[in-house]
Design a protein around this ligand. Structure first.
Ligand code: PEP
Length: 259
């Protein structure tokens, strides 16, 4: 099964609306329209930038989708500061990052929270917003030698109570915490080993055919210098890119590496 790669930029808490529009315009200017045949591309800006960024890509007819960095599972109500799935759909989000390690660490998001978000996204079937479920071990877990078990448990927890009909369009991003924003990338072999193990877990949960069609990304200091080798691995179907997605030239070079 050949899976179409996905390159997604996680802008994190960067860029005012004006800055976001400039960055989106730079990406758009560098983007060749026919790349969309071979690779799916998305950027995930802060909530307030979603609509302006989407407008830039729509105006230019540039095939780049937008995604959110987080969501709350209730559709509406007294949840001050939260954003719902209907709100993301209204903007036209195609993806939503769920369970990023910064949310798990800094905002105390648990495996149960991640599962609630994933199930809420799956429940909304019209014009679905696909989760990009982030998993990955800390340096302490890697040094302990229990990385594969740790990531397996995170995947099982994230998808608990879901089935293959829901899961087939979901994306999993393997993001070792020690590689995020540190400049220290996993070697292609390390990343491949865990991405293959994630696919094996997905096969146990949803069957081999479903797992074979699901995209597993690598994220963690991916840049234009290391993307080629990482993306050449058989179980790495794209990248979730933080720092390098804030420079249009670097982001577009990573997109080209996925062609
Ligand atoms: C991320 O935050 O998802 C990420 C991969 O960041 P960076 O590329 O900066 O390591």
């Amino acid at each position: 099964m050949t899976r179409k790669p996905l390159i997604a930029g996680n802008w994190k808490m960067n860029n005012t609306i004006a800055q976001a529009v400039v960055l989106a315009q730079e990406v758009s200017n560098l983007f060749e329209r026919d790349w969309a045949d071979a690779v799916d591309v998305a950027v995930c800006p802060p909530y307030v930038d979603l609509k302006p960024v989407k407008t830039v890509f729509e105006f230019d007819k540039t095939p780049v989708s937008v995604g959110a960095q987080n969501v709350y599972w209730e559709p509406s109500g007294a949840y001050t500061g939260e954003i719902s799935i209907p709100m993301l759909k209204d903007i036209g989000c195609r993806y939503c990052i769920v369970g990023h390690s910064e949310r798990r660490t800094l905002f105390h998001e648990t495996n149960e929270d991640v599962n609630d978000k994933v199930r809420a996204l799956f429940a909304d079937k019209v014009q679905p917003v696909h989760p990009i479920v982030c998993v990955g071990e800390s340096l302490a877990v890697r040094d302990e030698g229990t990385c594969l078990e740790f990531v397996d448990a995170q995947v099982r927890a994230a998808f608990a109570g879901t089935d293959e009909v829901d899961a087939k369009d979901a994306v999993v991003a393997y993001e070792p915490v020690w590689a995020i924003g540190t400049g220290r990338t996993a070697t292609p072999e390390q990343a491949q080993e865990v991405c293959a193990a994630i696919r094996a877990t997905l096969a146990e949960l949803f069957g081999a055919e479903c797992a074979d069609g699901m995209r597993v990304l690598y994220g963690g200091s991916m840049n234009e210098g290391n993307a080629d080798l990482l993306l050449a691995q058989p179980d790495i179907d794209g990248g979730l890119i933080g720092g390098a997605s804030l420079k249009a030239g670097s982001f577009v070079e990573i997109v080209k590496a996925a062609l």
